[in-house]
Design a protein around this ligand. Structure first.
Ligand code: HEC
Length: 99
């Protein structure tokens, strides 16, 4: 019974949106891992705090990432990413930055 539940749960997880960590690993970290072109770097709490403060909320950061900003292409260049994918990725990067 537990095994069945586990299988069901993992099948559903597979069908749902990618986890934030996956999106970050495959897409966002290209620029955000090293702060390329002024991107707020993963692990830099100050940079992410400033972004969050400036935007006002995580929702606003999601909108900003969807539109693109400066040298950041819309949705990090991966237009198939949904707003939920972006939100999960942003929350992951913020949580990894300790802010
Ligand atoms: C091609 C490089 C690149 C990729 C890929 C990229 N970013 Fe960025 N990102 C940037 C740069 C550069 C900035 C700084 C833009 C500025 O303020 O001029 C930025 C800024 C941001 C900001 C702050 C926006 C704001 O309003 O201050 C968020 C949030 C963000 N990126 C999220 C993401 C997410 C989520 C992904 C992955 C889906 C991603 N980025 C992929 C380069 C990138």
């Amino acid at each position: 019974m537990f095994v069945l539940l586990f299988l069901l749960a993992s099948a559903q997880a597979g069908a749902a949106a990618q986890g934030g960590d996956q999106t970050v690993q495959h897409v966002c970290s290209v620029c955000h891992a090293h702060g390329l072109m002024g991107a707020p770097k993963i692990g830099d709490a100050g940079a992410w705090n400033a972004r969050l403060k400036n935007a006002g909320s995580v929702d606003q950061l999601v909108q900003s990432a969807a539109r693109g900003k400066g040298n950041m292409p819309p949705r990090g260049g991966q237009t198939q990413l949904t707003d939920d994918d972006l939100r999960a990725a942003i929350q992951y990067m913020i949580s990894r930055s300790g802010s």
